[in-house]
Write a new protein. Structure first.
Length: 509
């Protein structure tokens, strides 16, 4: 994670070519191009940076710049293309039009990159961002290899060229390892950036500072003080236009295997001996490797898979998952998962980590909450309204911030307790402006060669190892029975029963 004060940034980043495969797609238009533009405006990109879009379009550079301008106007800040910053930024934009299966296109790309810099630094120092369907990752890497655009032209320090791959990273342990093997045949591990945009979010990054920069919290961050942990990743939207892709994934592969596993690792990791990519990632992987193996019986009792059905939400009819475009009418793909994990380390042994994620839920929210033990002496047991446990909640999106609920005496002549909130809001505490998009931090870290916020191959392996028993058990119709929940609710009753059996309840969001 690059830490640099904005006022100290004077375009000292390394000059490179940032090549986006699939530049005409939704991710590039909504996230990648606006983030690169914002980094340019902030002075964080080198003046010799070249942004090269690759897509199957008959564009020249001028037409591509028009398309980028349209994307910025729609998805970034209206009017931003009428500024001096846009006029300077557009000169960095270039286009290479070819089909991803066209081997000659990659040779032309090599030549184009060579022409963009007099001393060929850009051609040799390239970032290849694969914003394309995961099934074509291996083919793109093969063609880059054939064109001489992989480590055969790496710099002496071995950190270029770099490749960025989006999730999902494989469908299971076997396919994940196969993809890793293919990438490692052409790129060094230090040059592979497996991106998870959740790790770029301010609140996720702040978890490290919150824990390790404040002794009052780290000293109670363990099984002696914590009863359980809850992680919720909830979306109000359905699958939108991703029906065909989502049918191949489901909620476990889409969110649990990557986003939630990264959150568990960040919450439960030990203090790293140094604040750098190697040491931080070493501690994260230890957490996932310490997840208690899940038995078939535990899959049946501790995991819930469900699918949303039609409902009326805010007075408007909402169709069910099986009615979505490109979804099979008898689909058994889960859109909701709830479950329980145990991290068998000295710090967390006996503390359950409850997770839930789903589409078409009641609110869009991502939150990690730490639920502390009750006091050992119930001095206020006789009161009618004894408040709940202390809870530390870290809101990742939206309304990013941290809140701590504590007990206090309610004003009055009688002894009555109430739960009050101590709140920290990013928007209020840091000037009221909007937070930078997670992709801005992640793209800058790729350019700087900082891997801290990216997963190594062993992290993906460990996550798939932990979840393989669940995937295998779900192949049995009796163990992988699909439940249902109306769109606009908080999921199936079975998820509530999972908590109730343990004497707990999901935090109201």
């Amino acid at each position: 994670m690059t830490v640099t004060a904005p006022e100290q940034e004077t375009r000292q980043a390394t000059p490179c070519a940032f090549v986006i495969f699939g530049v005409a797609g939704d991710l590039a238009r909504r996230k990648l191009l606006p983030s690169l533009y914002e980094l340019w405006v902030e002075g964080r990109l080198h003046e010799e940076t070249a942004i090269v879009g690759v897509a199957r379009r008959d564009y020249d550079d001028a037409k591509f710049r028009q398309e980028v301008a349209a994307a910025l106007e729609e998805f970034h800040v209206p009017g931003c293309t009428q500024t001096a910053e846009w006029r300077s930024f557009q000169r960095t934009l270039h286009f290479a039009g070819f089909d991803l299966e066209d081997t000659d296109g990659y040779r032309r790309l090599y030549q184009r990159l060579s022409e963009l810099s007099d001393d060929t630094r850009v051609e040799r120092q390239a970032v290849f961002y694969l914003s394309v369907p995961p099934e074509v990752f291996p083919d793109v890497v093969d063609h880059l290899d054939e064109a001489g655009l992989t480590r055969r032209h790496a710099t002496k320090d071995g950190t270029w060229p770099r490749i960025v791959v989006e999730k999902p990273f494989g469908r299971d342990l076997v396919s994940s390892r196969s993809l890793n093997d293919r990438l490692l045949a052409s790129f060094d591990e230090e040059c592979i950036y497996r991106i998870d945009h959740y790790l770029g979010k301010e609140t996720v990054q702040n978890l490290l500072v919150f824990r390790f920069g404040n002794t009052i919290f780290e000293s109670i961050w363990h099984r002696g003080s914590v009863d359980h942990v809850q992680i919720t990743v909830a979306e109000t939207l359905g699958v939108e236009n991703r029906g065909r892709t989502y049918e191949q994934m489901g909620a476990l592969r889409d969110i649990l295997q990557n986003h939630i596993m990264q959150l568990i690792a960040t919450v439960a990791m030990e203090p790293p001996s140094a604040f750098d990519g190697r040491h931080v990632r070493n501690e994260r992987i230890k957490v996932i490797e310490a997840l208690r193996p899940i038995t078939e019986a535990e899959v049946a009792g501790d995991f819930v898979r469900a699918q949303y059905i039609e409902n009326v939400v805010d007075g408007e009819p909402v169709k069910g998952y099986r009615q979505e475009e490109n979804v099979a009418p008898n689909s058994a793909t889960e859109t909701f998962v709830a479950g329980k994990f145990h991290v068998d380390t000295w710090r967390w042994s006996g503390v359950p980590f409850y997770i839930r994620t789903g589409k078409r839920l009641a609110s869009r929210v991502t939150e990690v909450s730490i639920h502390f033990n009750e006091p050992p002496m119930q001095l206020f047991r006789g009161l009618d309204d004894t408040p709940p446990r202390n809870v530390l909640a870290m809101r990742i999106q939206p309304d990013e911030g941290i809140s701590l609920s504590i007990d206090a005496k309610r004003p009055g002549v009688t002894m009555a307790l109430d739960s009050v909130q101590m709140d920290f809001s990013y928007a209020e505490s840091f000037g009221g402006g909007s937070l930078a998009d997670a992709y801005e931090a992640l793209l800058l870290d790729v350019i700087h060669g900082d891997p801290m916020l990216f997963a190594r191959s062993d992290m993906h392996d460990a996550a798939w190892v932990a979840l393989t028993p669940v995937l295998d058990a779900w192949q049995d119709p009796t163990l992988g029975m699909l439940d249902y929940y109306p769109a606009g609710t908080w999921g199936p009753r079975a998820a509530d029963e999972l908590m109730k059996r343990d004497g707990r309840a999901w935090r109201a969001l």
